[in-house]
Design a protein around this ligand. Structure first.
Ligand SMILES: Cc1ncc(COP(=O)(O)O)c(C=O)c1O
Length: 360
């Protein structure tokens, strides 16, 4: 067996220990004589799995008691609609910050439900930054303020939580949840597709302050109403049981890494190594201003796009895969999620140096 260093933006690398545990428990989950995939979501065995995963997530993120954790489906894209459907509560407007592709998509979807005030946008500088907080123009009657804490495609990340507004803060944390400690109490709602730092695709985690439950309008389908899912502990219909189980294994693994403080230190070191290599060369370039560079997704370009193909082949040969940048921006992108080991970054940096030597 040979496993590659996988820099995919998502679905992404999972911790090897987690995959091994899932393999070992595949055919006979702890004496039940069946796989977790084959179990009723109402069985004692699965309810224990679900409750343990939730408790571990609450502990990892230090989620306060006045929040509810939901294990849903539909991806973060469904949240682009569920957020306005549930939080507008009769208001006509919501505030959004535009830091890149995913913010743009969230804004476009919200526009189906309300008037969207774009508080700040980095579009004029090719989404290379988080606009300075002092320039943000809030509306007085917004139901909530939405940010994308980490733009997976552009590689732009918030390193501070904004303030200076009175409505609830909503964050799409799909690509940086669980990568570092976060003060959940500063948010009204956090959502994340699982397929980067949580587990496999098919699961979406929502963390919502309880006072924001029960605000969906009468026309909102029950499956899109947070209160319905909260009331049923995310078992209002059949949840994505296997993805939930795997997420639980990932949470356990994270606790063994020293929790979010422990993994944050490793993540900081990994990203610093790669950015240092980019900045030290006259060959590779980061398109993002230093203050807002993402520790999870690191885009970089070569001096000539004609070299991209050769770089990708050299990387593949060295066992480094999924480095091609998103089709909308080109160049390269290395996603350094929790499960990407530091050795992967070391190997990438070595490969970059060698390629520069040969082509620089
Ligand atoms: C920041 C961010 N938001 C939203 C999405 C969309 O997620 P999904 O494909 O789970 O709907 C992604 C997917 O990569 C993402 O990175």
């Amino acid at each position: 067996m040979s496993r590659v260093f996988n820099f995919s933006a998502g679905p992404a690398a999972l911790p090897e220990e987690v995959l091994e545990q899932a393999r070992d428990e595949m055919l006979d989950y702890r004496g039940t004589g069946m796989s977790v995939m084959e179990m009723s979501h109402r069985s004692r065995a699965f309810i224990d799995i679900a409750e343990q995963a939730e408790a571990d997530l609450i502990e990892l993120l230090a989620i306060p008691d006045d929040y509810k954790v939901l294990f849903l489906q539909g991806g973060a894209t469904t949240q682009f609609a569920m957020v306005p459907m549930n939080l507008l509560d009769g208001a006509a407007r919501a505030d959004y910050v535009n830091t890149g592709s995913w913010s743009t998509k969230a804004i476009s979807e919200a526009g189906r439900f309300c008037d969207v005030n774009v508080v700040a946008s980095a579009e004029s500088t090719a989404f290379d930054r988080v606009p300075d907080f002092s320039s943000w123009t809030f509306s007085s009657d917004a139901a909530y303020l939405h940010i994308c804490s980490n733009e997976t495609i552009g590689g732009v990340q918030f390193h501070e939580i904004p303030d200076g507004f009175s409505c609830p803060l909503v964050a799409d944390m799909s690509s940086d949840i669980l990568s570092r400690p976060v003060d959940v109490g500063r948010f009204g709602l956090i959502y994340a597709g699982a397929q980067k730092n949580i587990g496999p695709a098919g699961l979406t985690v929502v963390i919502i302050r309880r006072d924001l439950l029960g605000r969906a309008g009468p026309g909102v389908p029950s499956m899109l109403d947070y209160a319905v899912h909260a009331e049923a502990d995310s078992m209002s219909n059949t949840p994505p049981t296997y993805a939930w189980y795997l997420a639980g294994l990932v949470f356990r693994w994270l606790k063994r890494q020293g929790g979010l403080a422990g993994i944050a230190e490793i993540n900081r070191r990994k990203a610093a190594k790669l950015y240092a290599a980019i900045d030290a060369s006259n060959f590779y370039t980061s398109p993002v201003v230093a203050a807002n560079r993402s520790e999870m997704n690191v885009p970089f370009t070569l001096p000539d796009p004609d070299l991209d193909k050769a770089f990708l082949s050299a990387a593949e040969e060295a066992g480094l895969t999924n480095l091609k940048g998103h089709r909308s921006v080109g160049g390269m992108r290395a996603s350094l999620y929790n499960a990407v080991p530091e050795a992967a970054v070391d190997a990438l940096v070595a490969c970059m140096a060698e390629f520069e030597n040969d082509h620089g």
